[in-house]
Design a protein around this ligand. Structure first.
Ligand code: GDP
Length: 213
C-alpha cells in the first residue's frame, strides 16, 4: 500500500461523537510514551501528522485520520498513566473500551508494545481483555532500533510467552522502528490484506477503494 493521502479528520471525545462512517478503521493504541505518535507519522510518512491533534493537558480524544480517502486510522488515547488519578484513568478506559466494543466498522487494532522493556502487566491485561471481547488485533513492538536485536527479541518472546498463558492463539507480531522504518512496509501490507479481504465479503456495499495497490 502506498500512502497517497493522510488527513486529520476530527477529534472525538466519546464514541457518540465519532464521525458516522462506513469506512474500515484501524485503531492504534498503547501506553503513553510507547512511540504511538512516531509510528503514526512513520506509517503515513507525514512528519507531525499525529501531533496536529495533540493538546497537552487537555481532555484525551479519539483522533481520526482519513488515509487514501478509503479508510480511517484511529489514534486512541494512551492507557496506563501512572500518575493519573484512578477515576480519570477509568474514564479513559471507559471511552477506549466503548469505542473498541461499539464501533461497528473497526477492522483491527494495532496494540503498541515497547520492545525495550520486559512485559508490562497493563499491556498483558489489555490484550487479554481484547481476546475476551473477540476484538481482532496485532502486536506492534516499537523502538527495536534502540536496543540490541537479542534484547528486543527476548522481550518480544517474553510477551508472547506470557500471552500464551491465557490464550491458545497468539496474534501476529510486528517488530518496528519509527527511526529505521523497520516493519513499516509490513504494517502497510497488513492493512492492504485486511482491506482486500473485507472487500471480498458479500456484505460489502460499496467499492470505492480503488486507491489500493
Ligand atoms: P507516544 O507518547 O506513544 O505518542 O510516543 P512518542 O511517539 O511521542 O515517542 C516517545 C519517545 O520515544 C520520543 O522521545 C520518541 O522520539 C521516542 N521514539 C518513538 N519511537 C521510536 C523508535 O522507533 N526508535 C527510537 N529510537 N525512539 C523512538
Amino acid at each position: 500500500m502506498k500512502i497517497k493521502s493522510a488527513d486529520f479528520l476530527t477529534a472525538a471525545i466519546s464514541l457518540g461523537a465519532c464521525p458516522e462512517s462506513d469506512l474500515p478503521e484501524f485503531a492504534v493504541i498503547g501506553r503513553s510514551n510507547v512511540g504511538k505518535s512516531s509510528l503514526i507519522n512513520a506509517f503515513t510518512s507525514r512528519k507531525g501528522l499525529a501531533n496536529v491533534s495533540r493538546q497537552p493537558g487537555r481532555t484525551q480524544t479519539i483522533n481520526f485520520f482519513l488515509i487514501n480517502k478509503a479508510w480511517h486510522l484511529v489514534d486512541l488515547p494512551g492507557y496506563g498513566y501512572a500518575k493519573v488519578a484512578k477515576t480519570k484513568r477509568e474514564r479513559f478506559g471507559g471511552m477506549i473500551s466503548r469505542f473498541l466494543t461499539g464501533r461497528k466498522n473497526l477492522a483491527a487494532v494495532m496494540v503498541l508494545i515497547d520492545s525495550n522493556i520486559p512485559p508490562q502487566q497493563i499491556d498483558l491485561d489489555f490484550t487479554q481483555w481484547l481476546m475476551g471481547e473477540g476484538i481482532p488485533f496485532v502486536l506492534v513492538f516499537t523502538k527495536v532500533d534502540r536496543v540490541s536485536p537479542t534484547k528486543a527479541n527476548a522481550n518480544i518472546d517474553a510477551f508472547t510467552a506470557a500471552m500464551a498463558e491465557f490464550s491458545d492463539n497468539v496474534p501476529m507480531v510486528f517488530p518496528t522502528s519509527s527511526v529505521s522504518k523497520l516493519g513499516i512496509p509490513d504494517l502497510h501490507r497488513l492493512v492492504s490484506q485486511v482491506l482486500a479481504s473485507r472487500n471480498k465479503e458479500p456484505t460489502a456495499v460499496d467499492d470505492e477503494n480503488d486507491d489500493e495497490d
